[in-house]
Design a protein around this ligand. Structure first.
Ligand code: 5AD
Ligand code: SF4
Length: 442
């Protein structure tokens, strides 16, 4: 028997959806009377894990080990997130310190599972019921200026390297009315920006109140009408689901920020085919062109994998070429990591570690040059910045530009204010500027 916990800490790793899930788990535990704490003393620690690459997955276990305190005691440990989903009961076998295992579709059951631990059990729940969890979670309350809202979960695309279709299940869209209610609650709780989340967010579909069916553009239009919400973003998109209507939304909806995260993964058609991506380099570029016609100033961001099985130097040069053709404002790039159970894990033609390292370096150098160029092009412009945190220097605040650049500025403005900043300098990952007016009307 263990005492029921009174304090807790949720540690989230990986993607923004895990950040969202972590917030919802915290709200759920608070609604049960537990208090959040950031220190070592938490009675319950929830590790909200990521399984996308081997390093991230291994980190979950080393983090579990580190939770033992100097005096030999330890908190109740809940393994949540995608490692929990992928490994289930195996995870509890692998580490004796794990008290409960809860998958991303089952975390609404966390309080009862913790109660079971207190009774001496070691519960595991990796069920994937169709989105039952959202109905069982408490309503949203407070919010920072920038909030996440999961609108869609799961993925049916089955890229051959990726575990997501297995850990997050099939594509499911949350109902329109529930999402509007949650967006309103976030606005009332202080949110000024909402980022709509989904593994394939632009695959969202639903029915509006009047029964009309629509896609993500319909949802964005409805959220844009909520008082207090000034900015809307969405991530992550798959090229196959980027509809004409969504592209048009970028032209028509002022509150939809000029930013699109559209992973390409590789610039080589042979590799794209082996990855089971449904686009070619040329069809991807055509899509980008159409987006830019609708919204000429849009910032494009992407994801890349280097060293996929069979990738030759020529394939890799095609990736560098597409980077130059698009001129990405920002990007994430990774070395290919074989994931158990995925088709690519048994493909021939493994790329040597050293070659992979060298390609990643070259790719990142190229991406950094494009980010810097994109950022430098904003010098001299006046941008509306949504302040979201304090900087390290006295009086310094940090906020986001419409293009999602971090902007450092000296201002007395508060977190949540939209201020007008004249950009004076640029680095690859941030901008600096001076306040023009104390605040612009939203
Ligand atoms: N190895 C390396 N990177 C991967 N990603 C997904 N699976 C893998 C893998 N097995 C990358 C893709 C994806 C991003 C979220 O993570 O680029 O878009
Ligand atoms: Fe993974 Fe591909 Fe689905 Fe993205 S689209 S989550 S990379 S399978």
């Amino acid at each position: 028997m263990t005492a029921l916990p009174t304090t807790f800490r949720v540690k989230s790793f990986g993607c923004q959806m895990n950040v969202y899930d972590g917030e919802r788990m915290a709200e759920l535990l608070e609604s049960q009377g537990l208090t959040a704490t950031s220190g070592d003393e938490a009675d319950l620690v929830v590790l909200n894990t990521c399984h996308i690459r081997e390093k991230a997955a291994e980190r979950a276990y080393s983090d579990v080990g580190r939770l033992r305190r100097d005096d030999g005691t330890r908190p109740i440990i809940a393994l949540a997130g995608c490692v929990a989903q992928a490994e289930g009961a195996e995870a509890a076998k692998r580490s004796k310190m794990i008290d409960l295992v809860v998958g991303p579709q089952a975390y609404h059951r966390l309080p009862e599972m913790v109660a079971a631990v207190a009774r001496g059990e070691r519960p595991v729940d990796t069920d994937m019921p169709a989105i039952a969890k959202f109905a069982a979670l408490p309503p949203r309350r407070r919010s920072g200026p920038s909030a996440f809202l999961t609108v869609q979960e799961g993925c049916d695309k089955f890229c051959t390297y990726c575990v997501v279709p297995y850990t997050r299940g099939a594509e499911i869209s949350r109902p329109f009315a529930d999402l509007l209610a949650e967006a309103r609650a976030l606005a009332e709780g202080g949110a000024r920006e909402i980022t709509l989340l989904g593994q394939n967010v632009n695959a969202w579909s639903g029915e509006s109140q009047d029964g009309g069916a629509g896609g993500l553009d319909m949802l964005i239009r409805a959220i844009a009408r909520i008082d207090g919400i000034e900015r809307i973003r969405y991530t992550t998109s798959h090229p196959a689901d980027l509809t004409d209507a969504l592209i048009a939304a970028h032209r028509e909806i002022d509150k939809l920020m000029p930013y699109l995260h559209l992973p390409v993964q590789s610039g080589s058609d042979a590799i794209l085919k082996a990855m089971n991506r449904s686009h070619s380099a040329a069809s991807y570029l055509k899509l980008i062109e159409r987006v830019r016609v609708a919204r000429p100033d849009i910032a494009i961001s992407g994801d890349f994998i280097v060293g996929f099985p069979g990738e030759t130097e020529k394939d890799f040069c095609d990736t560098l070429a597409i980077v130059d053709a698009v001129g990405y404002a920002s990007a994430y790039s990774f070395k290919y990591s074989p994931r158990p159970g995925t088709p690519a894990a048994s493909m021939e033609g493994a790329v040597e570690a050293q070659v992979m390292d060298e390609r990643l370096q070259r790719l990142q150098d190229r991406l950094r040059a494009h980010s810097l160029a994109f950022n430098q092009a904003t010098i001299g412009k006046d941008l509306a910045i949504l302040i979201d945190r304090k900087g390290r220097l006295p009086g310094q605040m940090i906020g986001k530009s419409p293009w999602l650049q971090s902007v450092f500025v000296e201002t007395g403005a508060a977190i949540g204010d939209l201020v007008d900043v004249s950009i004076t300098h640029a680095l690859p990952n941030s901008l600096g500027g001076a306040l023009r007016r104390p605040a612009v009307a939203a």
